[in-house]
Design a protein around this ligand. Structure first.
Ligand code: NAP
Length: 494
């Protein structure tokens, strides 16, 4: 069967890599190649960044009012809404995510564009209350220039929307670099941006390998901001690249998020929250609630119920509406999960469910069973390291102080779930758990109005929410001398 071929978009034109090289993308549901993408090299990346820089300085883009930029983003939101089903199907094919999950994500995607479009003409400066009566000063917020957006494979459209919309709302231009494992939907998104009338050069996409196109993009001297989502090791490369161009950085990295379950919680609800946190998207979620801390008084009952519930999960083809868990997105990720599971077994963690590929999907792709371990110590590898797969690790706690200490005993701080009916306790923990997102009696909720981002090794910078646009601006201070006197002694600071 011939492969579907995709092209990149640079300076308003669809193109192949200068070298003519391509790479294949594999379908996670059967492991077979289904599409080919240009493998961009340094020269292609340079063309894309130069085009974005030229567009940034062009009068066509500079003279657009912020309100007009907002209208373009709204139009793009409308086009996404009109193409929800095809985008959702394509993303499901490309990264193996369930169609019910991608459909949900893509249906909500226009909201990020509408909300951010409304922020475009509300980027305001301030008048400063100076301590110098003969001076006034005010600030202007200006766009930065070329933004390099580096996107992982797990939720490409969503993770692009929360970068692209604020970058353009603030007046920047952008070069997108999707993961080599999931490039297709970002190309379709750029096609819709072209239809929306976004001027040429403002959005560019280079497809290619991380160490090739990704590295070339992040170290390019004309890049002014890098918006990165991915793993910590790659982030370290990106931070080093930014030492060359001093680009600003936002880093949305991984997590090992705790779900803390108190005995007064609605345990049915908590059970669903735990399933959502670790088995939805086959656990390939940055906010996966992979460390499940349960009060000792309900621990045994909760673990038994979780095992019974997870046993019922229907593993199946991601394109089927009835499937509840699809495959891992890549064969490498499947191997990572298998390694963690084998090490946990060898270290003595108690395997309660799964721990293997499902026999029912034999020979059909990169599927893995929902897996549940009970751990002895918060120091266990499964309690500390991000697996990025459907592997839940449970441990009991005896009181709130211990739960808090366990929750914060982590290099990460992306998200946390707190399950209790005690409102004071919920607020106490919301204050003291070191995470960028706290969900109380719910999990995996997102909104264009709410920021995401991490503490500690989960990264820095915030995306989504009202401040997201400001992250793509630079503040300039303008001083005005109000005095009619000539400027005095030039050797004294004013
Ligand atoms: P990854 O391997 O770090 O890749 C992320 C992106 O970086 C991909 O586009 C990758 O391209 C690119 N890349 C690789 N090497 C690079 C280099 N030297 N210079 C510049 N770019 C480079 O992460 P992943 O495995 O795709 O994603 C999983 C990780 O992302 C997990 O840790 C997860 O928790 C995190 N994540 C975080 C969030 C959040 O919002 N906090 C959301 C989703 C995922 P290639 O894929 O082509 O190599």
């Amino acid at each position: 069967m011939s492969l579907q071929t995709f092209r990149m978009y640079i300076d308003g034109a669809w193109c192949d890599a200068e070298s003519g090289q391509t790479y294949d993308s594999l379908d996670p549901a059967d492991g077979k190649p289904w599409a080919a993408f240009p493998d961009a090299g340094e020269a292609d990346v340079d063309r894309a960044v130069t085009a974005a820089d030229t567009a940034f300085h062009s009068s066509e883009w500079r003279s657009l009012t912020a309100t007009a930029r907002g209208k373009l983003l709204r139009k793009l939101g409308d086009l996404i809404a009109e193409n929800t089903e095809s985008l959702a199907r394509l993303e499901s094919k490309d990264n193996g995510k369930l169609i019910r999950e991608t459909r949900g994500q893509v249906s909500y995607l226009p909201e990020f564009f509408y909300y951010t479009a409304g922020l475009a003409d509300k980027i305001e400066g301030e008048t400063l209350p100076l301590d110098k009566p003969d001076m006034m000063a005010y600030t202007i917020r200006e766009p930065l220039g070329v933004v390099a957006a580096i996107i992982p494979w797990n939720s490409p459209l969503y993770l692009t929307a929360i970068k692209l919309a604020p970058a353009l709302a603030a007046g920047n231009t952008i070069v997108l670099k999707p993961s080599e494992h999931a490039s297709a939907t970002l190309i379709e998104l750029v096609r819709l941006a072209e239809q929306a009338g976004i001027p040429k050069g403002v959005i560019n996409i280079v497809t290619g390998l991380g160490a090739g196109a990704g590295a070339a993009l992040t170290r390019h001297p004309l890049v002014r901001k890098i918006a990165f989502t991915g793993g910590a090791e790659t982030a370290r490369h990106v931070v080093r690249s930014s030492a060359d161009n001093f680009a600003r950085l936002s880093l949305e990295l991984g997590g090992k998020s705790p779900q803390i379950i108190f005995p007064d919680a609605d345990l049915d609800s908590a059970l669903n929250g735990v399933v959502a946190g670790i088995f939805a998207a086959s656990g390939q979620s940055c906010v996966a609630g992979s460390r499940i801390l349960v009060h000792a008084s309900v621990y045994a009952e909760f673990v038994d119920r979780l095992v019974a519930r997870a046993t019922q999960i229907k593993i199946g083809h991601p394109g089927e509406d009835s499937s509840e868990m699809g495959p891992m997105a890549t064969e490498q990720q499947l191997a990572v999960v298998e390694r963690f599971v084998e090490k946990a077994k060898a270290a003595g963690a108690k395997l309660r469910l799964g721990g293997k590929r499902p026999a029912s999907m034999h020979g059909q792709g990169w599927y893995y069973e929902p897996t549940i371990f009970e751990c002895e110590s918060i120091a266990d590898e499964l309690m500390q390291e991000e697996v990025f797969g459907p592997v839940a690790a449970l441990i009991p706690f005896t009181d709130e102080d211990q739960a808090l200490a366990m929750a914060n005993d982590s290099q990460y701080g992306l998200a946390a779930g707190i399950w209790t009916r005690d409102i004071a306790r919920a607020h106490r923990l919301a204050r003291s758990v070191h995470s960028g997102i706290i969900w109380v009696n719910t999990y995996r909720a997102v909104s264009a109005m709410a920021s995401i981002g991490g503490f500690k090794n989960s990264g820095y910078g915030r995306e989504s929410g009202i401040d997201s646009v400001l992250e793509y601006t630079e503040r300039k201070t303008v001083w005005i001398n109000l005095s009619s006197e000539p400027m005095a002694d030039p050797f004294v600071m004013r």
